[in-house]
Design a protein. Structure first.
Length: 297
């Protein structure tokens, strides 16, 4: 099953893989995280058409240095492929008798898929696969019928209804941590009021951040939640804000955000960032990422 020998066509970008590799190393050094060159090249070569032709982003976090990493991902919505089958055939992931082994195939059997994202951590390897739904999201009520989902998602039906979270447009399946994210698109970023955000957070028994941070959260699109099969509870809540304006990023909240946004490399002239205010049971932090190649979804 030499999936890497198949030639895919129809990509929008022409990114040089050697330059991408060099920029990944540079970004790992900016984020002050460990990396494994063999792992990086193995992933890049396995999905070489996609990392050279698709939209690519880098992401790190403001976690403590010993818990921080660098993730690199591509998103491809125009070239049909199945990244999970590629990962299995190339030994990047293995089935372990866990429900996540079969979740993607169940999603594929029930819903149309617009495209996929693939994410790897530079010292570990492949972590996540995102199936994207077409531009019309799927109803959460229908998604809850999927057999392989964690039970915790169904446990929060009343919570999601209370905050008008009824549609899902993306899953993220984390094969390393055996967890999934559900992404809820916001119709108009900037209109999610801080008092509602505070209630969404407090209802999960997370610490509510200061009013300033709630204001940043209000610009989110999307809002997403993390579940695992080992817990009946929501483990994380994240507010993701996309901006092409460096001045809109709260760089003063952490020195790493300022360093990352000032120094991270880009493949072109466009400079778009995403910052993610993340509330979790084990402490809060911020994810910061850059669109290394301009997103043309």
């Amino acid at each position: 099953m030499a999936s890497v020998d198949k030639k895919y066509t129809g990509f929008r970008h022409k990114t040089d893989l050697k330059q991408l590799y060099d920029d990944i190393i540079k970004t790992a050094q900016i984020a002050d995280v460990p990396y494994n060159t063999d792992i990086i090249w193995r992933i890049l070569n396995t999905y070489r058409d996609f990392f050279s032709g698709s939209s690519v982003a880098f992401r790190t976090t403001t976690k403590a240095k010993d818990k921080r990493g660098l993730n690199v991902r591509y998103i491809e919505l125009g070239v049909p492929h199945d990244p999970y089958l590629i990962a299995l055939s190339e030994g990047l992931i293995e089935k372990q008798g866990h429900p996540i082994d079969d979740l993607l195939s169940e999603i594929q059997s029930q819903y149309p898929i617009l495209g996929y994202g693939v994410d790897f951590e530079v010292s570990y390897g492949l972590e996540k696969i995102w199936p994207f739904f077409p531009h019309t999201p799927q109803l959460l009520e229908a998604i809850c019928s999927l057999y392989c989902l964690p039970d915790g998602i169904r446990n929060y039906a009343d919570y999601f209804a209370r905050y008008d979270l009824a549609q899902v447009n993306v899953f993220a399946l984390d094969y390393r941590h055996k967890s999934i994210n559900l992404y809820f698109p916001m119709e108009t970023p900037g209109l999610l009021p801080p008092h509602k955000i505070a209630a969404m957070i407090a209802d999960l028994e997370f610490d509510v951040p200061p009013q300033e941070v709630l204001g940043y959260c209000s610009w989110a699109n999307p809002v997403y939640y993390t579940f695992s099969w080992d817990s009946p509870r929501i483990e994380r809540l994240c507010f993701a804000v996309v901006t092409p304006n460096l001045g809109d990023i709260p760089i003063h909240l952490d020195p790493l955000i300022e360093r990352f946004t000032a120094q991270v490399p880009f493949a072109g002239n466009a400079r778009t960032f995403i910052y993610n205010i993340t509330l979790a049971r084990r402490g809060s932090y911020i994810k910061i990422e850059n669109d290394y190649t301009e997103c043309k979804w």
